[in-house]
Design a protein around this ligand. Sequence first.
Ligand code: NAD
Length: 406
Amino acid sequence: TMTMMAAGSKPKKIVVLGGDGFCGWPTSLYLSEKGHDVIIVDNLSRRNIDNELGCSSLTPIESPETRVKAWEKVSGRTMRFVNLDVARDYQELVQLFLAEKPDAVVHFAEQRAAPYSQKGAKQKRYTVDNNVSGTNNLLVAVVESGLDIHVVHLGTMGVYGYGTSGGEIPEGYIDVILPGGRPSSILHPAYPGSVYHTTKCLDALLFQFYNKNDGIRVTDLHQGIVWGTNTPQTIKDERLINRFDYDGDYGTVLNRFIMQGALGVPLTVYGTGGQTRGFIHITDTARCIEIAVSNPPQAGEKVQIFNQIAETLRVGDLAKLVAEKTGVDINYLKNPRLESAENELEVANRKFRGLGLDPILLDSNLGLVDEVKTIAAKYADRCVREKILPASFWNRRREAECEANT
Ligand code: NAD
């Protein structure tokens, strides 16, 4: 049986929801290279949001059809692409599961930018509708299919709330004494800092419920901020290039700094830069997913939660590192977010390390920073510079304060 099998010994059929995105595409390639049979599902909503924001990936990404064909040429391995909206096309999703009988579904298909989720009423409502309905549809479809499909979800470190636990953040659960004196292990309290992070907390409750009620096997990965752009697979052909977001809404912090450094524009640090965050390189994102898929929880086991991070780093220190490397200035902006100005962050990642992950750490891999810099410089003429600055504010008052400051 599956659970008796040694980890990673048999290729699996894997549906990757959101497989056209920044994490999903390189992960799909890696899973395919490892011998798994990969089906990518994506509704291309992220590409449509590019159009909405008037700013697209710094790197010129090809259509999903071209990407999949290029991979076949390069690797001799086929992958399929299915255009489907996980939050809306429920019947198509169930039919896909029944027809393909996947061993696992990796779920990346959510609106993932915190700033975008705070932009306005439209984006707040879209983020909740899309993310919560998508996750619920996925779980209902697994139940309805009657198949024992392992669900692997990409969650975020942000569900824990930063700097609230006052010690090392455990992997998903905390031991407590309930009122009345009974010891228990419960989900770590959720303390989201944006509408986007709130959807990830709601996802966690959906996983807990369907796991308890229907016995669905779920792995929830609380990932840190991803940096880097190439992986050993995406670098094999220019048509396989990964997307690179640099704008105020989707550009995540280290990549945005490196890109600003490459273009000679000041690094935009919010507040003092005293925030500590968890980080992981994109190559390790793909590795972690493969490890998670190869190590499903046992039947009847509760939701398995891993912290998917390599290290924690302070935003201001990252800015200084990039500034030294590139000679650009640091522009300290009033923080558009509502968050602690300074926080410590200590995170357990023993589970992935125990399963063999030896993560890429920034200090000993500064060459990877240069690699991102080279990519950013190569496509500099595609950059719309005015899109780099923050364009979303956590509330009206914060927006007014930020405007008064500029
Ligand atoms: P992304 O926006 O680049 O990719 C998400 C993909 O999902 C896009 O291609 C989009 O078109 C697709 N999608 C969204 N809604 C869909 C729907 N209803 N139906 C079908 N497809 C849909 O984001 P990413 O950076 O690759 O992030 C992927 C996941 O990893 C997210 O869930 C995110 O929360 C998590 N994550 C990302 C980071 C990071 O730094 N990028 C950090 C922590 C966690």
